[in-house]
Design a protein around this ligand. Structure first.
Ligand SMILES: [Fe+2]
Length: 376
């Protein structure tokens, strides 16, 4: 499976992952062949990336922390509930507990899971998919911190609802693609308080700690955040976890004004905020569970070999297992050649190949008669 920019798709490539609309309708099924018309349609809908099957990588499965079905359903539940709130000013909290329970159950079963970037999101979907991703990432960290199921639920419900205050802000401002004016920015920065105001009405059904996740997720560890400028452990641990999950997911999402950062870039960004923006201990735990080189990434090693990541060990982000594709002198490897960087300590990843180089590589692999490729 290979992640590719939609602009680089060519008719005849085969989808390795189904693509869904915001309301959970399937646009294109796994195994379908991209046609010119499909590719245009994806571009119209503002979808930037797709997954294609690639001749040497067909047997690689990107491990999902959450079953695709659970995730798609969770996103449409959040969407319906959040959009419903705009009209009715009411939220059915039972739904949020149920969807969080499903996520907590799946994560408890797989505590060493590593989060790979493997979902394809759409813009009008952003807040909803983001809420679900932040919930998944937060619960993953909570599980690593040995939280009880009850704590995981409090954290997870808080995380999935952390941005509910945005539903009290006009859609035109929320989805504005350009820069926000000063007053619009001020309004956006009120979303933690607005969320708190919404959720406190449900304090009979929600834990106060969940409600405080919405209130405190924009606070920073050094006290420079908002709305109250809380510091260190004055910020509840649930909110400190959610703040990290929130930023990571935002950075690694395609937005109307920029494509997603790579996991490696997001990793560096988070590290740069250790101790200032983020709680350093929680950040360290978080980074053990996100893949720096997600399964399916095409990487160039210091030996000059190029290969595809097939497995990532939790806590050993920089040392995945790599299936080798071509060597430094551009010769194709046998399909079973692989290297485990967790044991081969002199070999390391030098760079992640850009998507265009990968497309070139896929053509080379698909057509061994081509002798020359320009990659890296
Ligand atoms: Fe937020």
């Amino acid at each position: 499976m290979q992640r590719i920019a939609v602009k680089d798709l060519a008719p005849g490539m085969v989808a390795a992952k189904s693509i869904y609309t915001a309301d959970g309708r399937m646009l294109l099924a796994e195994g379908a062949t991209f046609t010119k018309r499909y590719i245009n349609r994806l571009q119209e809908l503002g979808i930037w990336v797709a997954y294609i099957q690639n001749p040497l990588a067909v047997s690689i499965d990107v491990p999902d922390i959450l079953a695709e079905e659970t995730r798609v359903k969770a996103i449409s539940t959040v969407k319906e509930a959040f959009e419903g709130f705009r009209n009715t000013k009411k939220i059915d909290m039972g739904q949020f507990k149920q969807l969080t329970e499903g996520i907590v159950d799946e994560i408890i079963r797989n505590p060493n899971a590593v989060f790979h970037l493997n979902d394809i999101r759409m813009y009008d979907d952003y807040t909803f998919a983001h809420s679900v991703n932040v919930c998944v990432l937060a619960v993953l960290v909570g599980a690593a911190l040995q939280y009880t199921p009850r704590q995981l639920m409090e954290l997870g419900v808080g995380a999935v609802l952390h941005d509910v205050g945005k539903m009290a802000i006009e859609k035109q401002i929320l989805n504005k693609p350009g820069h926000l004016s000063e007053s619009e920015m001020d309004l956006m920065r009120r979303h933690p308080e607005l969320g708190f105001e919404i959720l406190r009405k449900y304090s009979a059904q929600l834990s106060w700690l969940s409600i405080h996740v919405a209130f405190q997720h924009q606070e920073k560890f050094d006290g420079s955040g908002y709305p109250r400028g809380l510091k260190e452990t004055d910020i509840h641990e649930y909110a400190r976890i959610t703040a990290i999950a929130d930023v990571y997911d935002a950075l690694t999402s395609d937005r109307p004004y920029r494509p997603a950062l790579s996991p490696g870039e997001a990793y560096e960004f988070l590290l740069a905020g250790s101790g200032t923006h983020f709680d350093p201990d929680i950040l360290r735990e978080f980074l053990r569970h996100v893949a720096l080189y997600p399964v399916g990434s095409i990487v160039k090693l210091n030996t000059g070999d190029i290969g595809i990541v097939t497995h990532v060990f939790s806590g050993l982000q920089t040392r995945p297992i790599v299936r080798l594709l071509v060597d430094a002198s551009n010769t194709l490897y046998n399909s079973d050649a692989e290297i485990d960087l967790s044991t081969e300590l002199t070999v390391f990843v030098n760079q992640v190949l850009p998507e265009l180089d990968v497309a070139t590589l896929a053509r080379r692999i698909g057509n061994p008669a081509l002798t020359r490729i320009e990659v890296g």
